[in-house]
Design a protein around this ligand. Structure first.
Ligand SMILES: Cc1ncc(COP(=O)(O)O)c(C=O)c1O
Length: 371
């Protein structure tokens, strides 16, 4: 490397270190080592993955997919067929669907396309942290308005952020981590007033009461993000998509690199939609378990668990959240420590796990909180 290059590269690498990026939590291996546990004893309830479609079922589908696809060929036809299948699933047309290597990737693409330096992204807080990382990475301004204590939107506060530099608004609904869903009328008002693109993240829509996807037919500045990671149990395959009017979709779809999603993920997505009752049944069972989990958490002294429209539950404790988190971790239960959110001092979030996992968590929390 010549000296000019060395000086430039050193500076560049330092600059890149400055950007805030998503930091994954400890791996199972690290946790097992730290707490002297067996990896098989660790129960991961911190990433909102969906275990309600049995692993064997997904594996059997994947085996079929291995026979059906030809990985020697670029996946042009599969892209087309998955778009058609998604369009049918959500009652839109295929020219409204953009596929991505996870919904996070489509979110990042949206920010890269529509948010410049000197422009701002607006959202409420607390919300999904990856959005802030993307905005910071892009070098744009991140503006937030706290939700009200009942997790509804402060409409007046949001409208005040709609300055001439505001070009992207992010609304997560159902929202991670509050698990609450925004009212469609409020979303519409915000879309109508906002001077830029509105990105609604519906990663958990299948667990919710409604979806605002039909609104893409009405608003040309609306993009809705969806994923196969949650209700469809394909988090490991990284398959997501966006829905928007044909104009926006064309722009989102024009990636410089072709074929961002691999053929196995594309075909698995289509297979899940062909067997849609598998997802629907798993969502039904999870919702019943979610209700039970919320009720049982609320029976524990010092815990307040909130209603949920997603596959996770937010709760607040009257003991320090760091200590509650550690108490669970010592028993191999990994939940998400959030700390202070709005007026709630000690928040934690847990995925709705399988009944046995939830029972283990409830027992550990019960023992610790009532100690
Ligand atoms: C609100 C929200 N959006 C998106 C994602 C990630 O989706 P994907 O796996 O498609 O990137 C998550 C994952 O936790 C999430 O909570």
């Amino acid at each position: 490397m010549n000296s000019k290059c060395e000086a430039w590269l050193g500076k560049k690498l330092n600059e890149l270190k400055g950007s805030e990026v998503y930091v994954a939590e400890k791996t199972n291996e690290e946790i097992a080592k730290q707490y002297g546990l067996k990896i098989s004893d660790i129960v991961k309830l911190n990433y909102n993955e969906n275990l309600y479609i049995p692993r064997e079922k997904v594996a059997a589908m994947l085996k079929d997919v291995a026979d059906e696809v030809d990985v020697r060929i670029y996946p042009q036809d599969e892209e087309f067929m998955l778009k058609e299948a998604i369009a049918e699933y959500l009652n839109v047309t295929a020219d409204c669907v953009t596929l991505g290597n996870s919904s996070d990737e489509v979110m990042e693409r949206t920010i890269r396309l529509f948010l410049g330096k000197g422009e701002s992204a607006v959202t409420f807080t607390p919300t999904f942290s990856v959005f802030k990382c993307d905005v910071d990475y892009q070098g744009s301004e991140y503006v937030t308005v706290p939700l009200k204590d009942d997790f509804s939107i402060d409409m007046e506060g949001m409208l005040k952020t709609f300055t001439s530099t505001a070009k992207l608004m992010y609304l997560c609904s159902p929202n991670n981590p509050t698990a609450s869903q925004l009212k469609p009328r409020e979303i519409e008002t915000l879309i109508e007033e906002f001077p830029g693109i509105v990105l609604v993240d519906e990663a958990y829509a299948e667990y919710a009461d409604y979806s605002i996807v039909p609104l893409i037919k009405k608003y040309e500045n609306l993009i809705v993000l969806r994923t196969f990671s949650k209700a469809f149990s394909l988090a490991g395959l990284r398959l997501g998509y966006a829905l928007a009017g044909p104009g926006l979709t064309k722009a989102l779809d024009r990636t410089p690199a072709p074929y961002v999603v691999n053929v196995v993920s594309l075909r698995m997505g289509r297979k899940m939609l062909e067997n849609i009752e598998v997802m629907r049944e798993s969502v039904k069972v999870l919702k019943a378990e979610r209700r039970k989990l919320i009720n049982q958490l609320n029976e524990i002294k010092g815990i307040e668990a909130f209603d949920s429209k997603a596959n996770f539950v937010l709760f607040n404790t009257d003991k320090p959240s760091g200590e509650v988190y550690e108490a669970a971790l010592k028993q191999g239960l990994v939940i998400k420590k959030l700390g202070k959110l709005l007026k709630y001092q000690n928040c934690l979030r847990t995925t709705v796990g399988l009944p046995k996992m939830n029972a283990k968590l409830l027992k550990a929390l019960g023992e610790y909180m009532e100690d």
